[in-house]
Design a protein around this ligand. Structure first.
Ligand code: NAD
Ligand code: DAU
Length: 339
């Protein structure tokens, strides 16, 4: 069994590669990643030398490179994690989001049709459903919730989802889609809420909370997401969408306070800054379909997962310090300087 994992040098893709190597040591895994600012080859160091792993630097939008790789590897399965993934960057510059997230997905699926790949799995997001009101805790996103994206990022992911389902209907491509809530855990790029707050707090820098910090996200430990994708690959029904989430809604401000507490830092570091444009209020996933059909349940609760994550960032300072000392400094000044 050969699996091409795109975006495997990023946060969830790398965790997925590590998970799959433990769960299926007999599989060959080929990682295709462009190594954008979010990709980090050092993350994959533990597997680079393995004969059942191959890393290929390349762009999912590059048709010739993708076809060459498919011809060489003849993959059984393709799992597409590759994406521009940060909402704030999509507000700054949407073009690359449309390019990679929509057209890159098309290039991969064309290659899957051409090389008769047995499964194309699209890693999507709960953000395609838009947001839920803060005062209706009874409302959750199901797979039947209409697509209603808010940001250029989520619109690009929703567009890709429509294209994936169209390739299934039109060309008979065996596809599945997963839509997961916010992930946290090791190797998350420090532009995202949790690692940004951990790294800033450790450096005694202000903790920039958007608006009043009352927006709600539904947090899932990254390994639970990886396990869900593996179950979908094994037993998921072709042509279906599966929501993934662990009923763990938290307000942003409560997460930031928790991080301060765990690190022994003063809440005086918290700074309220101008809100994100079009900021989604609340995400909340109904995971009953994946639970009923595939028996999936999250294994790591938030209390344990956040402590594990903070410990990881404490133990791997060199991983994130290298990132925040590079191009990230310009991004941070642009995004937060005048905010
Ligand atoms: P990430 O930004 O950490 O990693 C993205 C990876 O894709 C990087 O390694 C990058 O180099 C690579 N990449 C980007 N453009 C590429 C291209 N054109 N060709 C090849 N590789 C390219 O992202 P992440 O947080 O790991 O998210 C992975 C996927 O999961 C995305 O599709 C995202 O939409 C989805 N998702 C993320 C979350 C979350 O909370 N982070 C939740 C649900 C779904
Ligand atoms: O829901 C799944 C999505 O989760 C994924 O599809 C995206 O790829 C991923 O980036 C994430 O999107 P969010 O926008 O929810 O995540 P982010 O970490 O950027 O922000 C989480 C919340 O924290 C959001 O309400 C904005 C807020 N925030 C974020 C940052 C970076 C702050 O208050 N301050 C910050 O500095």
């Amino acid at each position: 069994m050969t699996i091409i994992v795109t975006g495997g040098a990023g946060f969830i893709g790398s965790n997925f590669i590590f998970y799959m190597r433990r769960a299926h040591p007999d599989h060959r895994i080929v990682c295709l990643d462009k190594l954008t600012y979010a990709g980090n080859l050092s993350t994959l160091a533990p597997v680079m030398e393995s004969p059942s792993f191959r890393f290929v630097k390349g762009d999912i939008c590059d048709r010739d490179a993708v076809e060459k790789l498919f011809a060489e590897e003849k993959p059984d399965t393709v799992v597409n994690f590759a994406a521009e993934s940060h909402v704030d960057r999509s507000i700054e510059d949407p073009g690359v989001f449309l390019q990679t997230n929509i057209l890159g997905t098309q290039v991969l699926m064309d290659a899957c049709v051409k090389f008769a790949v047995k499964r194309f799995h699209q890693v999507s997001t709960d953000e395609v459903y838009g947001d839920l009101p803060l005062d209706r805790p009874d409302l959750l996103f199901t797979e039947l919730t209409p697509l209603h994206a808010s940001s250029p990022y989520s619109a690009s992911k929703a567009s890709a989802d429509l294209l994936v389902l169209a390739y299934h209907r039109t060309y008979g491509l065996p596809v599945t889609i997963s839509r997961c809530s916010n992930n946290y855990g090791p190797y998350q790029f420090p532009e995202k809420l949790i690692p940004l707050m951990i790294s800033n707090a450790l450096n005694d820098k202000p903790l920039p909370v958007y608006g009043k910090g009352l927006n709600v996200r539904d947090w899932l430990y990254v390994e639970d997401h990886c396990k869900a994708v593996d179950l979908i690959l094994q037993n998921g029904r072709v042509g279906e969408v599966y929501n993934i989430g662990g009923h763990n809604e938290m307000r942003n401000i409560d997460i930031v306070r928790l991080i301060c507490k765990e690190l022994g830092k003063s809440e005086r570091l918290i700074t309220y800054v101008t809100d994100r444009k079009g900021h989604d209020l609340r995400y909340a996933i109904d995971p009953s379909k994946i639970h009923a059909e595939l028996g999936w349940l999250p294994e790591t609760d938030f209390e344990a997962g956040i402590v594990k994550t903070i410990q990881w960032y404490l133990a791997h300072r060199e991983w994130w310090e290298e990132i925040i000392s590079g191009e990230y400094r310009e991004y941070y000044a642009r995004m937060y300087g005048e905010r």
